[in-house]
Every structure is written in C-alpha cells, then in structure tokens.
Ligand binder design. Structure first.
Ligand code: CDP
Ligand code: CDP
Length: 230
C-alpha cells in the first residue's frame, strides 16, 4: 500500500518507546515491532546456555540458530523462541543487566537487523529500539528520538515495579544510566539520534500527549508521500 509509511522510534531506556509505539500503531492500524524484546530474547538464551557475553562468534552462532517470532497482540506483543512463548521472562533484572553486552556484539546485531528489515518490508510498521532510524530503517518516512530525564525514566520504571520492587529508585537510575552509556558507546550501531529524526523530550508530558504528537507527524509524513511533495 503506497499510503503506508514506516515509523522509527529510538531513545534511551524508559523514555516510553514501547508504550507510545504500541499506541501509535493502534491509532494508525499499523504493526508494532519491539526490537528490544529480540535482544532480550537472545540474552535469555545466552544466559541459559552459559556462553560468555564476550564471545562474539559463539553468541552469533546461537543467535543465528534461534527462531525468533514476534506475535502482535491487542495489548502486548508476545515473543516466541523456537516455538516457546518466553514473553513473561524477558524483563528480569538479570536480563536488564546483561542485554547491553549481548547487544554490542556485531554478529548479533547483523542478525537482528536482518530480521527487523524483513518485518518492515511491507511498510505500515512502528518499530522501536536504539538504532532503527540510524541503521535498521534509514529510509523510514518518520523518525522520532524520544527521551526524558534519567530521573524521570527511572521513576517511570520504578512505578511499574510496584511496592515490591527488588531495587531502589536510586539503584535503578544508576543501572539505566549505565545501560545507556553502554548503548551509546558501543562501536556497532550505537544509540544515537539520526540527523533527520524529530527530537521529543517527554519529561513532564503524559503518554497521550506524546502519542498525539507522533500520530500528527505520522499523518503529515503520509500526506507528503501521497502527494509527492517534499
Ligand atoms: O525497555 P528498555 O528501554 O529498558 O529496553 P529495551 O528496549 O527492551 O532494550 C533492551 C536493550 O536491548 C537495550 O538497552 C539495548 O542494549 C538493546 N537494544 C539494541 O541494542 N538495539 C535495539 N534496536 C533495541 C534494543
Ligand atoms: O520502551 P521504553 O523503555 O522507552 O519505555 P516503556 O517500556 O514504554 O516504559 C515507559 C513507562 O513510562 C511506562 O510505564 C509508561 O506508562 C510511562 N510513561 C511514558 O511512557 N510516557 C510518558 N510521557 C509518561 C509516562
């Protein structure tokens, strides 16, 4: 369909990418793809297999052999690896602490980017991650770089954990800052705002305000391609 575009949403941890991308996809009747879940799925399998997160070759081989399928649902996306639904296991502290080491391996990134490009071929995809606008879908018609202050991002994540959180707000903020640093400083496809991305700082904004802004940009980008103007 020539009227459909691809939307790339990148940014640091807890900026609201998944929440907002899912709602934008729903509003536009697009498909939502959570690329972070794919890196988390590989990390789960690496931890299970006892491989070192430094071992580019072996981890790359493992990643290539995994059959990762994202199933879009009404509210959540479920992740199946080799036929098993592992969705509920992807957000553990253990995975949070290891995922950026797995995600910096070139072998893993090459494989994930290949799968992600296949999912976006038909257009009509809202994809969130770290390198979507810069690397995976450099031709996406709309790119958004979504951020918020580190304290606000940690606070959002801590609220999600509820009163039984296994970690204090301060510890969580430090872990988020460290993960962002690893993601920004890695050599291959780091976390970076694409030059043609809209910067959206959501500090102090509600989810609905952010969604509304991105949907507006999305509709404008769709009109631009339909009329052929620049
Ligand atoms: O939800 P949260 O922002 O905490 O993390 P996520 O989006 O699930 O991503 C988890 C990790 O996967 C990130 O910290 C990155 O190390 C990696 N990732 C990546 O390298 N490239 C992507 N496109 C998406 C995630
Ligand atoms: O995917 P990412 O790590 O960027 O963030 P997320 O998993 O969507 O988590 C963001 C959390 O902050 C969710 O609990 C949202 O309800 C909340 N939030 C938001 O996403 N955007 C706002 N403007 C305000 C709150």
């Amino acid at each position: 369909n020539s009227r459909r575009i691809n939307i790339a949403i990148d940014g640091p941890a807890g900026a609201g990418k998944s929440t907002v991308a899912r709602m934008v996809a729903k509003a536009l009747k697009y498909i939502y793809v959570d690329t972070g879940a794919m890196y988390r799925a590989v990390t789960l399998k690496v931890l299970e297999s006892g491989l070192s997160t430094e071992d580019n070759e072996s981890v790359g081989r493992l990643a290539n052999e995994l059959d990762i399928v994202l199933l879009p649902g009404a509210e959540t996306q479920s992740v199946h690896v080799n036929g098993e639904d592992i969705t509920s296991r992807l957000r553990s502290l253990d995975i949070n602490r290891n995922v950026s080491y797995v995600a910096r391996l070139e072998s893993v990134r090459l494989r994930m980017a290949e799968l992600q490009r296949q999912m976006a071929l038909e257009k009509g995809v809202v994809m969130d991650g770290r390198d979507i606008g810069t690397h995976v879908l450099p031709d996406a018609e709309l790119k958004v770089f979504l951020t918020a202050s580190p304290r606000e991002r940690a606070n959002r994540r801590h609220l999600e954990m509820g009163p039984d959180a296994e970690i204090t707000l301060e510890q969580l903020e430090q872990e988020i800052i460290e993960r962002d640093r690893l993601d920004q400083e890695r050599e291959f496809a780091p976390l970076l705002q694409a030059p043609d991305a809209h910067l959206l700082d959501s500090t102090g904004q509600t989810v609905d305000e952010v969604v509304k802004q991105i949907v507006q940009w999305g509709l404008a980008a769709t009109r631009t391609i339909s009329t052929g103007e620049k």
